[in-house]
Design a protein around this ligand. Structure first.
Ligand code: PMP
Length: 295
């Protein structure tokens, strides 16, 4: 991703894409003192931008550092980066990390940096094509307990087991992996939350040790507006087979139907289709309309 034209926002300035390089002794690289966001711009508007910015700031605070920019400034920088690169439909990646002023576990004297990159990411398939669904394997890595890792932070270090799980799933021919939590109950995929149609109700694991995704909360709001009952609870691995539909929800994944989990087949149906369609419509409204919509 480093060899392309474009501009990256870095500590308040735009730098040419290829020149956006940092020192090998950056604390963030050695000790994973880094937090990031994944956002999507639709028709030039970053969907639920303030919620992402607030989560970025909160993620850093959980790791013990303050991003030296206010939420309004970060919002403006994200939108400016999309515009500067001439993009409308794009993925947006802000990242904050500790710099190279100190080398060692202790790092209070490091400078906090913030960079924002963005790249084109249009909608590639329509609803009906995506209804075919993706296949998930089971990850052997489990989401750690909230007193084992800072699980409420979108911290770079938490993605180590995600990458390993995704690679292992791909080696077995799957698209992604479903991860259990430290108790052995259903948690999430490597980069998206998971939902189940259980008897016409929408069930999803309680986010005790993984991100309470912005898309997750949006989808729950859309479901309630359709008079679909939403249930957050502990979902045992043995209950997966009881679901009639399964889908993933995340900024990048949007609403993605699942057709298999490790040998158990599902047929994406009406509930998934309705929420996919509603989500696609919602993300394309203006920020004011999104706020008014309430989902
Ligand atoms: N879980 C993980 C591990 C993720 O990386 C993401 C994507 N940020 C999500 C869930 C979904 O979060 P969101 O809907 O806020 O993108």
């Amino acid at each position: 991703y480093d060899d392309r034209d474009g501009w990256i926002w870095w500590d308040g300035d735009f730098v040419p894409w290829r020149g956006a390089q940092l020192h090998v002794l950056s604390h963030g690289l050695h000790y994973a003192s880094a937090v990031f966001e994944g956002e999507r711009s639709y028709a030039g508007n970053i969907f639920k931008l303030r919620a992402h910015t607030e989560r970025l700031i909160a993620s850093a605070r959980i790791l013990g550092f303050d991003i030296p920019w206010a939420a309004e400034q970060i919002d403006a920088a994200c939108q400016a980066t999309v515009a500067k690169n001439g993009l409308t439909d794009a993925y947006v990646r802000p990242i904050a990390w500790r710099g190279s002023e100190e080398m060692g576990v202790a790092a209070r004297g490091t400078k906090i940096h913030l960079a924002i990159a963005t790249w084109e990411w249009g909608a590639y398939f329509g609803v009906e094509q995506r209804m075919a669904g993706v296949r998930l394997g089971m990850a052997k890595w489990r989401r750690p307990a909230p007193d084992t890792a800072p699980t409420a932070s979108k911290a770079a270090g938490l993605y180590m087991i995600g990458t390993m799980s995704k690679h292992a799933a791909a080696d077995e021919g799957y698209d992604d992996a479903l991860m259990l939590d430290y108790k052995g109950d259903v948690a999430e995929a490597t980069g998206a939350n998971v939902f189940f149609n259980m008897g016409g109700e929408l069930h999803t694991p309680t986010p005790v040790c993984f991100l309470d995704g912005i898309t997750r909360r949006t989808v729950m709001g859309l479901a309630r507006r359709q008079q679909i009952k939403v249930v957050e609870r502990t979902i045992r691995e043995s209950e997966i087979k009881d679901a009639s539909e399964v889908f993933l929800a995340g900024t990048a994944a949007e609403v993605t139907p699942v057709r298999e989990i490790a040998g158990t087949a599902f047929t994406p149906g009406e509930l998934t289709r309705r929420l996919m369609t509603d989500y696609e419509a919602l993300v394309r409204l203006s920020p004011a309309e999104v706020a008014q919509n309430g989902a």
